[in-house]
Design a protein around this ligand. Structure first.
Ligand SMILES: N[C@@H](CCC(=O)N[C@@H](CS)C(=O)NCC(=O)O)C(=O)O
Length: 365
């Protein structure tokens, strides 16, 4: 038996993130495509809702959440490390994880559902019921896909924001491409967390879905090459190639990180205000709602409303925690970096209460 079973699906953003990481890490795992039986016998009883990716360890533990999965595997097999050694690069990695997991989901969902719907529904059907006749795959997939499709307007992808989401995504592609002129990966010559976090949306949706791949290949062929590089990266037990020395954040990353700050920080601040109001009547241990309401957002000249996701604050908390453990000189270096990416407000960003995960649910600590 393998050390890990990865339950996921080819079309899943977060499975794409975890699979690329596990391949690079070289852990012994077997991937199983989630079908109704796995959903009923493994995922629903242990996790509580229909979600992937999930891993099962050799001793039978079930773990959900891509970052928890990575943390588990890092503890069991620390070499080569997923995280950079330098505290500022580690902090920046967690910010980029916030970007990949919680904000690039807008273009990822927009292009999937507005350009690739029929294709992806057939994929869902094939993956969940490979033995069903081919002509049934679309209708099987349609049932599975309905709730994901319903997320698109909730995320704020509407007639009034699509132009901004598309121009921002294309600008992001150009900015990442400019970085990749100098480096093979986000922080240098080998992959680290930031690459795997970007791989979720950029591979599983924006490269793999055919109409989206055409856009990526046309606008930023270098990003498509990076996608192929990250999904096939193998550390062979000891990726010795280096990250940028001196704990420096390459300035070729600033343009895309400034984009993230401009678009996502106001959403995070507004989400934190809703969380603060919710906390007023909540007690320690209470489950935090996945959606706290809706908040305004602005993207390349377009205005919309997006759901305020408590999980975004949880990912932000991980980055703020890493900032909090820095020495004074490291903090000064982090502050200079945050100034460069117009995110200096993060130096004093405070969640009203700590968030933690218990039994796969977000709770008040
Ligand atoms: N925070 C989770 C998010 C996982 C997630 O959103 N997975 C998607 C598929 S890529 C899903 O199953 N969503 C269903 C849901 O969240 O209800 C992680 O990082 O693993």
């Amino acid at each position: 038996m393998s050390d890990y079973i990865l339950y996921g699906s080819q079309a899943s953003l977060f499975t794409g993130k975890v699979r690329a990481y596990m391949n690079w890490k070289g852990v012994d795992f077997e991937e199983r495509a989630v079908n109704e039986t796995i959903m009923k016998t493994v995922i629903l009883p242990h996790v509580g809702w229909a979600v992937v990716p999930v891993i099962q360890t050799k001793d039978g533990r079930i773990i959900q959440d891509s970052w928890d999965i990575m943390t588990e595997i890092e503890a069991a097999s620390p070499v080569p490390p997923l995280m950079p050694d330098g505290p500022v690069q580690r902090f920046a990695s967690l910010l980029i994880q916030l970007y990949g997991d919680q904000w690039l989901t807008l273009p990822a969902m927009h292009y999937r559902w507005n350009y690739n719907e029929e294709w992806v529904l057939t994929q869902f059907g094939q993956s969940a019921a490979p033995d069903a006749p081919a002509e049934q795959h679309y209708s099987i997939g349609k049932k599975i896909g309905e709730r994901f499709r319903a997320m698109v307007p909730m995320l704020g992808v509407t007639e009034s924001t699509i132009a901004g989401i598309e121009s921002s995504y294309e600008a992001f592609l150009s900015e990442f491409s400019a970085h990749l002129e100098h480096y093979d990966f986000v922080f240098g010559a080998r992959p680290s967390l930031a690459d795997f976090a970007l791989c979720g949306p950029l591979y599983a949706h924006l490269y793999r879905d055919p109409a989206s791949r055409e856009i990526m290949e046309r606008v930023a062929p270098r990003v498509a090459q990076w996608v192929r590089r990250i999904i096939s990266a193998q550390s062979n037990g000891g990726d010795t190639a280096g990250l940028v020395a001196g704990d420096v954040i390459p300035d070729s990353l600033f343009a895309l990180l400034r984009r993230h700050s401009a678009e996502h920080l106001p959403v995070l601040e507004a989400t934190n205000d809703l969380f603060t109001a919710w906390c007023e009547t909540a007690a320690s241990g209470d489950a935090v709602p996945r959606m706290l309401g809706t908040v305004p957002f602005h993207v390349d000249g377009c205005d919309g409303q997006t759901i305020a996701r408590s999980f975004s604050l949880f990912r932000l908390q991980a980055a703020l925690d890493s900032l909090a453990t820095m020495s004074a000189s490291e903090r000064a270096q982090a502050e200079a970096f945050l100034k460069d990416i117009n995110a200096q407000s993060l130096m004093s960003f405070k969640l009203p209460r700590r968030l933690e995960r218990k039994n796969c649910k977000l709770c008040l600590a």
